[in-house]
Design a protein. Structure first.
Length: 178
């Protein structure tokens, strides 16, 4: 499995211009940045981020099968077991017992919060998002209410990265992806 073939597969299932595909690419970029920080395999971490929601369109609105379909697709593609486990783990369909699985768990809602914060800016540009703005939005429970704040704050315990550093890393990674 390479990046090109996985992107084609994910784009086909989610739609070329879909927000979910953009979310998967944002997650890919953040996962790669985290892998670099930890000295881990950035290629594998990136592919895991890119793949993590590949079945979301076909699962909605009932998300009980979410990541279980992705598991079958990824197995057929010969994806590594660690990658599949992380994808399952991000939807509570398996344990998150690797650093990569923990990272995906934390990155997923964080990209959502950063994107939502960018969309209320006049420029609607992630590059203009500031860490303090994201933190302020996180305190407003009505803003992007579906995004789990505790899951974002898990960067401190699960990844040992302070929230400010983590948000900065993700904003920077997402900006590079644009
Ligand atoms: Fe996601």
């Amino acid at each position: 499995m390479n990046r090109e073939s996985l992107f084609a597969l994910v784009a086909h299932r989610l739609g070329e211009d879909s927000p979910t595909l953009a979310h998967c690419v944002a997650t890919e970029r953040c996962m790669m940045a985290l892998a670099h920080r930890f000295g881990e395999d950035a290629t594998q971490w990136g592919l895991t981020g890119l793949a993590h929601d590949l079945d979301l369109n076909e699962c909605e609105p009932d998300l009980s099968n979410h990541t279980l379909i992705a598991q079958k697709v990824l197995e057929a593609e010969g994806a590594p077991s660690e990658m599949i486990a992380a994808v399952l783990g991000h939807n509570n369909k398996g344990p998150r017992n690797t650093l990569m699985a923990k990272a995906l768990w934390v990155v997923d809602p964080t990209t959502g919060m950063i994107t939502a914060t960018s969309l209320v800016l006049p420029s609607k540009n992630v590059a203009d998002v500031q860490v303090k703005s994201v933190k302020k939005r996180m305190k407003d429970k009505r803003f992007a209410a579906a995004v789990n704040r505790d899951q974002i704050r898990a960067c401190e315990n699960d990844l040992n990265i302070p929230l400010d550093d983590f948000l900065h890393l993700c904003i920077t990674a997402m900006t590079e992806s644009e």
